[in-house]
Design a protein around this ligand. Sequence first.
Ligand SMILES: NC(=O)c1ccc[n+]([C@@H]2O[C@H](COP(=O)([O-])OP(=O)(O)OC[C@H]3O[C@@H](n4cnc5c(N)ncnc54)[C@H](O)[C@@H]3O)[C@@H](O)[C@H]2O)c1
Ligand SMILES: N[C@@H](CC=O)C(=O)O
Length: 484
Amino acid sequence: MTRKSWTHEGVCWVAGRKRTLPETIEVTDPADGRVIGCVPRGGVELAREAVDTASEAFPAWSRRLPRERGQVLKDWANRILDHRAELAKLLSQEQGKPVAEALGEVETAAEFVEWYGEEAKRISGEVLPPAKENQQMTVLRQPVGVAALITPWNYPAAMVTRKAAPALAAGCTVVLKPAKETPLIASALFELLMETNLPHGAANLVTGDAASIGDTWLGDYRVRKISFTGSTGVGKELMKKAAEHVKRVSLELGGNAPALVFEDADLDRAADAIVANKFENGGQMCNGINLIFVQEPVREELTERILARVKALRVGRGTETECHVGPLINQRACHKVQALVDDAVNKGARLRYGGEPLLEGEYSNGHFYRPTVLTEVDDRMDLTRDEVFGPVAPILTFRIEEEAVRRANGTPYGLAAYLFTRDGGRIHRLTEGLEAGMVGVNGTSLSFPQAPFGGIKESGLGREGGLYGLEEFLELKFISTMLD
Ligand SMILES: NC(=O)c1ccc[n+]([C@@H]2O[C@H](COP(=O)([O-])OP(=O)(O)OC[C@H]3O[C@@H](n4cnc5c(N)ncnc54)[C@H](O)[C@@H]3O)[C@@H](O)[C@H]2O)c1
Ligand SMILES: N[C@@H](CC=O)C(=O)O
């Protein structure tokens, strides 16, 4: 294995070849605002060429033996793992998350590829019981066609593979656009994919102007599927545009995840899990806890436990080994978090820790926000409705179970919900009653290759992960044959 040291000049990949353009987009390090690299500013032309090549590659790739498609993916997974340390460093530099977290994300990214590499050879159809004599009924599963994949900046490695791996396993060919904030890790992952035995044109990466690229793909009838992860607002716009050619749509959108902590819960366990989830990736996580609902009698006990853990978090540059919370992605994110904290405090919330950006010394040019704990939060405050997407733990109280469920469900979002209790009956009632695509009970980990990740209501459509994620890239075809 040759050790790679990716330059910070990312490239597009179209028809299996590196593409650069005279016009570029700068990539900055959120820890200090420095320009660390650039990628081509692609637009309509390159986006269209990517679809041309993906359409041309589709017949050959979709007819490759499933086990051969699987081998390509397993090779890709191994290449990612072989280079995990360099990839994690690159990811941490452009996105800001601590390098240990970045390493975890790169390994998760490889796990998705490996899992779908295994699953490619198990895609099969069904034979149904006939309705008439001499009839044979079969159902085929066939790849949808060219799939357009659009990914966000917060998990810029795992979101690329969680889409591309099932699409390629299914036999689809893909065109992918990463977020402008984090294109370098996508470019590096594609470089490793291009080193496998994948036919030229089966996977294409275009960086650049989001709206031009997105509109080109959505307006092209040859693109049969759009899979998007990002904000609910952009997701709704893409869904409207996808209607023109009735494309299949998968949307992984924003969330407003509640964590409900009951008085019978193991409070140390709850505090550990809540802080780990809430401050992962600086709070920039779609399934991150947005609201902590604690039952009145244990309010202070839980708050003290959360405060002790939050005070121990070290904020710093992601590439430092001793850092737990990195910078936010940009200045706009810091301002949004501050506005939500100010609104809460102005309406009566009590600031127990943090509540301000870090601006001095090593933090002076970055987008750092101090981990924050607010208590006495109530439903009039904006942060109970808006996704905070930052390192802020708002604590609310409730008296009885019905009230907690009603308030937790009182949002247009429905991605994840968390529950801490030892009561089996309550676990049963609430896992059914909470309006979310995923529920964590006495723990907060939800992303696994075999499990369906995704939301209901305005948090999305469809699922990623497991066989559910594969189905998103497969069409059913029913065949009725009358035999002689
Ligand atoms: N549900 C999930 O699985 C999941 C996972 C990660 C992130 N998210 C959500 O993503 C959001 C954060 O990500 P973001 O800020 O990058 O979201 P975003 O919607 O701003 O951008 C997401 C992607 O869409 C692209 N985009 C933006 N406008 C576009 C347009 N007009 N046409 C085509 N593409 C366009 C962006 O360039 C980026 O690649 C949060 O709301 C978070 O909850 C959801
Ligand atoms: N935490 C999620 C990504 C959402 O932002 C994941 O790991 O899939």
